[in-house]
Design a protein around this ligand. Sequence first.
Ligand SMILES: NC(=O)c1ccc[n+]([C@@H]2O[C@H](COP(=O)([O-])OP(=O)(O)OC[C@H]3O[C@@H](n4cnc5c(N)ncnc54)[C@H](OP(=O)(O)O)[C@@H]3O)[C@@H](O)[C@H]2O)c1
Length: 327
Amino acid sequence: MKAVQIKEFGGPEQLFIGDWDDPKVGPHDLLVMVKATALNRADTLQRMGKYPPPKGDSPIMGLEMAGEVVAVGEAVSRWKVGDQVCSLLGGGGYAELAVVHEDLAMPIPEGLQYEEAAAIPEVFLTAYQALIWLAKLEKDERILIHAGASGVGTAAIQLARQQGAIPIVTASAPKHELCLQLGAEKAIDYKSEDFAEAVMAHTKGEGVHVVLDFLAAPYFQRNMDVLQADGRMVILALMGGVKAEQVNMAPILRKRLHIMGSTLRARSLDYKIKLSRDLQQHLWSAFAAKQVQPVIDRIMDWRDVAEAHRLMEANKNAGKIILKVGS
Ligand SMILES: NC(=O)c1ccc[n+]([C@@H]2O[C@H](COP(=O)([O-])OP(=O)(O)OC[C@H]3O[C@@H](n4cnc5c(N)ncnc54)[C@H](OP(=O)(O)O)[C@@H]3O)[C@@H](O)[C@H]2O)c1
C-alpha cells in the first residue's frame, strides 16, 4: 500500500507518500480501505518526533479514518466486507489501508459521507470524554471552552448544547462567527481582552462550572479564578507551556475545585471501545438528524498533506482539515 511517511523528523517538507507494508489483520481486526482521514495537532508533533505512537500502534500518522471494510479477521462476526466504518486509531490513518479492532469500529452515521465521518472520532470522543465522563457537565451549567474553533472545541460546543449546558468560548476574532453558529453564547477574543475578565463580566460575576483547557500554564490561574465552587477543569493539552509560576492555589481548597487531565491516545483499547460505544448511543441519531455536525474547515487531497500540516500549524483552520486518501 501507499502511506504518508516522514523522511526525517522535522517540518512539513519531510512528508512524502511512498510504499509501506500492508497492515496485518488479527483475528478480531477489520482491514479498511481508507477513504478519508483527518489532521490532528498530535500529527504535527509526531512529525517533529515529539509524540511517538504508543507501543504496538502503527508508526504511521493518523488518529482516525473513515473507509470501507475490505477483509475481516477469522473471529469477526459484527462486520462484513463492504461495510462503511469510521474509527479512532492509535496510528495509521494516513495510509491506503488501516486495521482496526472490530469493537472499536463504528458505523458511519446515517447520511454522512466518508469525509464527514472521518472528522468525527478523535475530536468528538475527546470532547465527550472530557465533558461527559470527566467533568460530568450538567444541564444549565456554564462551560468555558478554550480554542473554541479547534476541532475539539467545535465538537465540545455542540456537545455542551446537547447536554443543555451553556458554552462560552475563546477564539481569535475571525473564528467567532462559527463558534456562535455552533451554539456558543459568547465568544471572547483572547488576543485583545483578558478572557477571565470577559467571562466574569459576561456571567455577572458568577463564573463557570467547567473549563475545558488546552493552554495549561499561562491559563491555569485564570481558569481557577473563573470557576465557581465545585468547579471542574479538564486540561487536554499544553499548547501554552508546562510550567506555571507564582500560582495561588487557595482557590482549589476554597472552591473545592477538581482539576483533571487526560490524553485519549494513551488509554487502553477497552476504555476506547467503551467510550466509542457511549458516544454512538449519545450522538449517532443526532448526527443523522443533522442536529450535530462534524465541522470541516476544508477537504484536501492527501498528496497535499504537507500544505495541510502548514495550515494547521499556522492556526488557519476552524474545525477539521480532511485528507481524501487514495489515487
Ligand atoms: N488530550 C487529548 O486526549 C487530546 C485529544 C485531541 C486533541 N487534543 C489537543 O487539543 C488541542 C486542539 O486540537 P485540535 O486538533 O482540535 O486543534 P486545531 O483544530 O489545530 O485547533 C487549535 C486551535 O487552538 C488555537 N490556539 C493555538 N495556539 C494557541 C495559543 N497559544 N493560545 C490560544 N489559542 C491557541 C488556534 O485557534 P485560534 O485562531 O482561535 O487561536 C488553533 O486553531 C490540541 O492541543 C491537541 O493536541 C488533546
